[in-house]
Each structure stands twice: as C-alpha cells, then as structure tokens.
Design a protein around this ligand. Structure first.
Ligand code: S3P
Length: 747
C-alpha cells in the first residue's frame, strides 16, 4: 500500500484525463489523480494487455483502452508517458485524430527529441502541447510500482516554446502541483544539458560499472564482497533497460558532451594514479567532497536555489535572562579570509586552526579551490592549504561566487588583478548592491582592467595578463578592505605600492604577510610592499572573533546579574573599539591571560553586568568598532542618557544600511533612536517587544537577539539565516550562556 497524498480535493480539477502509457510514471500520475479525486475520470491507454488489466485491478485508472482513438475521446488533458522513442509513433497517431481543445503534455526526459517528434507528426509543434519532465523515478518499473506520491516534493521541469499557450502551461502546471511537485520552467536546450549531466551520465556509469565487474566474474562471486559504496553507487543500474536505451539515443548529443568531459577527467585521474601524483588526487577529492556537501545541503532544502542562506529563518527572542559561564566564540572572520588567501599563495603547506566555518570565509575557501589550490577541511576549524606559490593559481572554471562576503570580493579583486587569467566575481543580492568603485578605481590607477556594473557595483570582470604598476595611494576612507586589496595587488606590481590611511584600520593583512615571511614596511599611517619576495607556509592560530564576542559583551553588560568569560578573543589594537566604547559607557570588562599567537594578540575577556551611561562616541574609535555598532546601539538603548555617534557614514554601505535598519528596529521596539547622515542619536530607555527585520544582515539579527535581554516582550526577528555567514551556532551558544532564543522556520 503506498502512502497517501493527502485529503481529496473539494471539487475535481478535470473532467477527463487520458494517460498514455501505463508504466511507473504514467501509472503514478493516474493513481495520484484518482486518489485525490482531482478528475472525474482517468483513462489509461496501453498496448500491453497485462498493464491494462493490472491498472484496473489496482484501481489506478477508471478505464483502460488499447486504442488511442478511444482513450483520448473527450479528454481535456492527455499525458504522454511512453518511452521517448515511442513518442513519435504516438504523436503521429494523435495528429490523425480530432483532439478538440485537449492540452497535451509528456514526461520524456529528452525534450529536444520529443519536440522534434511533435513537429514531425503535426507539421509544427501544437500550441496546446506543453513539453514536461518530472524528475522522479524509481529503479522499479511498470504499473505495479506506481505510487501516488512519486512526484511529491520533486521537481517537474516544463519547457514551453515561445508560442505555447499560456493557459495550457498553467493547466499542466496545476496537474503537477496537485500531485505535490515543484514546477519550474527552463529552455529546452538547458533542460537536456542539465539532465545529461546529472541523470543520464550517472546512469550510464552505473550500468557500465556493474556490467564490467559482472563480465569479469562469471559466477558474480565478487559481488559477495561488495559493501555499501558499491551498492549506493550502482543502485540505479537496476532501472528499466529499455527506457534507458531510449534516453541515451534520444538525448545523444548532450550525453556525448557530458561523457567526453567525464572521460577526459577520468583519464586525468588515471594519469595521476599512475604518476603517484598525490596532490592532484587530493585536489579532485577535496573539491568533490566540498561540492557534494554543498549539494546535500541544497537537496535537504529540497530546492535548486541560490546556495547561500536561501532558507528563511526567523528568530524569536524571549525577554529576560542573564549570562554566565565561559565560552569561545567562532574564529575571526577577517583573519580566516586572509589565512586562505595567503596560505594559497605561499610555498608549502599551511595549517590553520580555529578557522571560521561561516559562509563568508567558506566562500573565500571555495574560490581558491576553484583556482586549483588543494585545501583540506575545514574540519572542526582545521584547514590544510597546499600553497601554490604567488604565481601558481589557475583560471577558475566559471565566475567566483562570493555569497554575502564583501571582504572576499574586495581583497580578491586586488589579488586577481595581478593574475594572468581573467575572472568574474559575483555575489548575492546584498553584495551585489555594495560599492566596489573604492577598489576598482585605485586598481585601475595601477593599470588593472576591471569592469563593474552600474555605479561600481558587482559583478566585477577582472582582466588578467596586464601589467600593474605600484603606486602611492592616499585612501579617502578608512578601509582595511581597500588597503588589503591594494597590498595584495602590490605583490604583483612593478615597483613599490604604498597605502596611507586617514585613520587606523585593522592590520591583519600586514601582520599575516609578515607571518608568512613577506617583508612589509609600516611607517606611521603608511604601509608599503614590494614585489619579488615569496610567502613561506606557516601555522596560523585564528583567535575568536571580537566582532562575534561583541554580542556577548553587550549582552552580559546589559543583563543584570551576568558574569561571562569569553576565551581566546583577538584583541588586535585596531579592533578593540568595542571594548573602549563599552568601558567609556561604564562597562565592567577585564582582560586576562593576554598573549600573542601567530602575530595577533589574544586574551580572555570577563564581562560583568554594569549600569551603562550614554556617551558621545569618540571619532577615533569609529573605524576600530566599525562592525560592532549595531550591538553597541543596543547597549546605548539600555544606557542612561543619550548616546551620539558621528563620522560613521560607512555603516550605510555594509551588509545593510546599518544606521537606518537599526533605527527602524529600535523605534519599532519603542526606543528613541534618530538616524543622522553619518550616525545616530539614541536615548536610553525601556525596550518593548515587537517585530523587527534583519534585512538579511547577520549583525542586525544578532543585535536584536541581545536586545531581548532587557525587553518587556518577545522580539520577533525576521530573516536571520544570514547569521550563518559569520556566526554558525549562534543560537545554541546564546542559549548556553542564558539567553532565550529560538528559531522559527518561516512559512
Ligand atoms: C574587514 C574590514 C571592514 C569590516 C569588514 C571586514 C576586513 O570593512 O567592516 O567586516 O576583513 O578587512 P572596511 O575595511 O570596508 O571598513
């Protein structure tokens, strides 16, 4: 007995539907329609008497006919579910009949072949014919294997032509949605390429491998030793041979292209094994493992969608709580990015510990894998990078997708401007709105050829092979990303590159370059590099991220009775604005266990609750706390008196407009918060409950979670999946310290 599709419909969608071909797919369509009472009458048509008889006995159809002319009579919808190579004959028979206004659709897995068959049969493809393909199946075949739920939560791809009737497309879409499928549209060619690569090729390999092994072992003795791997890999070789024969003949061209690519790659692997080339093998396997993992996540979400933070998640932050204990927040995002970049450009093997396994730093990691660097991990914060040297990167196979990560895009643009190959850098919706002119402009002055979209936005098209000239650059804004971008370009430029900053910004790039043995000259506010040196692999211990620690520093400060210790936090002097500002507001913060690891100072930070007071935030602290302002605004809302921030217009071009978004959210919770052009004025006072929006910005989501500690009601925070970019495990860690935060999947 198959599981059920759910409640029958109140009224049928169709009067009469005809399913031609009572195999697994046709039988499952019919069974689903009948079970849901979506149709007054389901008529099946099949030349095979046994299939007709079983379809009736199993209650899959109301009526079963051998003759097409009889079966299609009066049908509003005809579903062709015969093997692809049999389509031609069926379509020719249909062309000779009067089908009235019946809508025609099919389930063939090669759309070009079916469309050509329809053209051939009818003279031109009928406007009421909607080519379709459910991506569902089973290694079992035949009408007896039919299941009403076969299509539930599976994709159905429709490939309508430009003149296909819109109503017909809607009707066919409705059929599949009723059966529980997700319906998508795609051009015919794209469909055939995608299917050749993701379905047809794997089936071919499974059939071929089983056949090869079976032929070698006449009594099939070796299969006794076949463990799970073989079984998993070859499961699909149990599928219907006739159907698959037809699929390969029908989708011949696209399959051949996929097969040729694969054969080439397989030959490369063979050569690597023969030559004992461990690096190539590890490269292929680590890249494949990462891709497979990524793919599992996509599958788990049951959608072929933008890979990063596409899932909608809301937070529910309940009022009250106090924080205690000792925790270590995840690794520093800025240092994690740089460890991958410099480790890749180094000579030798770099071992990283404490790497942030957040989406942003993983985007950087994936980019370098795409450029041929072998990177093992991350596994519990450990990453092993097999550096390729300053000139060893290879052209990536396609655009580098950097998700939400501004740091990846800005730093990479400098590094890539110095390569011999072209690259394209893309990102998600938020990154695609962020200004890249600040790096493109000075890089162009160095001789780089970079194209951006309108107003200097991503994507960036970077031309390789040009000549970069070193220069002295006075940055108009205090930006570590711009500084780092130009220093990385400077490694490839002729002559020296100097960058002067208007105010101190984080100096992780300079410190890490030195850690890799690359000379860097720092003279007051000017940093200089010259080409011609090399990076030598080293060990990197990534400290906990002070920007992530900041949420807990404010949380423990504002929640009465708190006493929390944050371990091994990076306290680089260019990052400690949050400590300085909280102390100036009266925060009770103690540092202990101070030491230097791999060129970066770290400490344990103990925070006890304190009565905070509003202050005027000193201008020199702004670049040192640039990422921590959203949560500092929450501290200000809990402080006595007024807090004023100026000189922070940069906040308007972060992952969101953090001034406006925080002001809106605070106001929604009843706090007096007035945005200004370059800052905000916040009056301390009570915080109410309510609904706020993160605007797809991780730091906004976490800041309002902290605000709940002092709120009088629940705070619902919309769209928080982005927290995964910088702080995987935030909710669990927050609850472990005493905060009251839960995840609400959104409808
Ligand atoms: C970063 C620099 C800062 C910061 C960003 C990370 C870095 O940006 O806001 O989150 O890793 O260099 P700007 O340098 O643009 O201020």
């Amino acid at each position: 007995m198959s599981e059920s599709l759910g409640k029958p419909l109140d009224s049928p969608l169709f009067e009469r539907v005809c399913v031609v071909g009572l195999g697994l797919i046709g039988g499952s369509v019919a069974r689903g329609l009948r079970e849901l009472q979506a149709c007054h009458q389901v008529v099946g048509c099949d030349a095979d008497a046994f299939s007709r008889q079983r379809a009736i006995e199993l209650g899959i159809v109301d009526q079963a006919c051998a003759e097409l002319a009889e079966a299609v009579q009066g049908a509003e919808l005809i579903v062709l579910a015969v093997p692809v190579l049999a389509m031609q004959r069926v379509l020719e028979q249909l062309a000779a009949l009067d089908l009235g206004q019946a809508v025609l659709t099919d389930v063939g897995s090669s759309k070009t072949a079916v469309i050509e068959a329809a053209e051939h049969a009818f003279g031109r493809v009928p406007v009421l014919f909607v080519p379709g393909h459910p991506i569902a199946g089973s290694e079992k075949s035949g009408v007896e294997a039919a299941r009403a739920t076969l299509f539930r939560r599976h994709k159905v791809i429709l490939t309508p032509l430009p003149d296909t009737s819109r109503q017909a497309v809607e009707l066919v879409g409705k059929l599949w949605q009723t059966l529980g499928a997700d319906v998508e549209s795609m051009p015919v060619d794209e469909h055939d390429e995608v299917l050749a690569a993701t379905s047809h090729l794997p089936h071919l390999l499974a059939f071929s491998l089983v056949d090869t092994l079976a032929a070698r072992s006449e009594n099939l003795e070796i299969f006794r030793y076949a463990a799970g791997g073989f079984r998993d890999f070859t499961r699909i070789a149990a599928s219907d041979p006739v159907m698959w024969r037809d699929v390969f003949l029908a989708n011949r061209d696209a399959v051949l292209r996929s097969l040729d690519d694969f054969t080439k790659d397989l030959a490369r692997l063979r050569a690597a094994i023969e030559a004992r080339d461990a690096n190539t093998l590890l490269g292929v396997f680590t890249r494949a493992q990462a891709a497979r993992e990524h793919f599992s996540t996509i599958l788990a979400r049951r959608a072929y969608v933008e890979p990063m933070h596409s899932q909608l998640i809301n937070y529910l932050a309940s009022p009250g709580g106090r924080l205690s204990g000792r925790i270590r927040v995840p690794g520093d995002k800025s240092i994690s990015h740089r460890s991958i970049m410099l480790g890749s450009l180094a000579e030798g093997v770099t071992e990283v510990e404490g790497f942030l396994e957040g989406e942003d730093s993983l985007a950087t990691l994936q980019s370098f894998r795409d450029m041929g660097v072998v990177i093992e991990g991350p596994h519990q914060g450990r990453v092993t990078i097999h550096g390729v040297g300053l000139h060893g990167l290879q052209a990536p196979p396609g655009p580098l997708y950097l998700g939400n990560s501004g740091t990846s895009m800005r730093l990479l643009s400098g590094l890539l401007a110095g390569q011999r190959f072209d690259t394209v850098l893309t990102g998600d919706a938020s990154l695609s709105k962020r200004p890249m002119g600040r790096v493109a402009k000075p890089l162009r002055e160095m001789g780089a050829v970079i194209e951006t979209a309108a107003e200097g936005r991503p994507p960036l098209h970077i031309k390789g092979g040009g000549k970069l000239m070193g220069m002295d650059y006075e940055m108009p804004i205090a930006s570590a990303q711009v500084k780092s971008c130009l220093l990385l370009a400077g490694l490839y430029a002729h002559g020296r590159t100097s960058v002067t900053e208007p105010a101190p910004t984080r100096d992780h790039t300079e410190r890490m370059l030195k850690g890799f043995g690359y000379p860097v000259q720092v003279d007051g506010d000017t940093v200089t590099v010259e080409p011609g040196h090399k990076l030598t692999a080293c060990r990197i211990d990534v400290p906990a991220d002070i920007s992530s620690a900041a949420f807990f520093m404010v949380a423990a400060s504002i929640a009465e009775g708190s006493d929390l210790t944050l371990e091994h936090v990076g306290i680089n002097p260019t990052r400690i604005g949050v400590i300085n500002i909280l102390r100036a507001m009266g925060g009770n913060i103690e540092l202990s266990n101070q030491q230097e690891v791999g060129g970066e100072p770290v400490a344990d930070i103990r925070i006890r609750s304190a009565r905070l007071r509003g202050i005027e935030i000193p201008l020199d602290q702004v670049p040192l706390a640039i990422d921590e302002f959203p949560v500092l605004f929450v501290a200000a809302a809990c402080a006595e008196g007024r807090t004023v921030l100026r000189g922070a217009e940069e906040l308007r071009v972060k992952e969101s407009d953090r001034i406006q978004v925080m002001a809106d959210g605070l106001q929604a919770l009843g706090v007096r918060a007035e945005p200004t052009a370059d800052g905000i004025v916040i009056e301390g006072g009570p915080i109410g409950g309510g609904r706020v929006e993160s605007h797809d910005d991780h730091r906004i989501a976490m800041s309002f979670s902290v605000a709940a500690l002092r709120a009088t009601g629940e705070i619902h925070i919309g769209n928080c999946a982005n927290v995964a970019t910088s702080f995987p495990g935030f909710v669990e860690l927050a609850n472990a310290t005493g905060m009251r935060l839960s995840v609400e999947p959104s409808a």
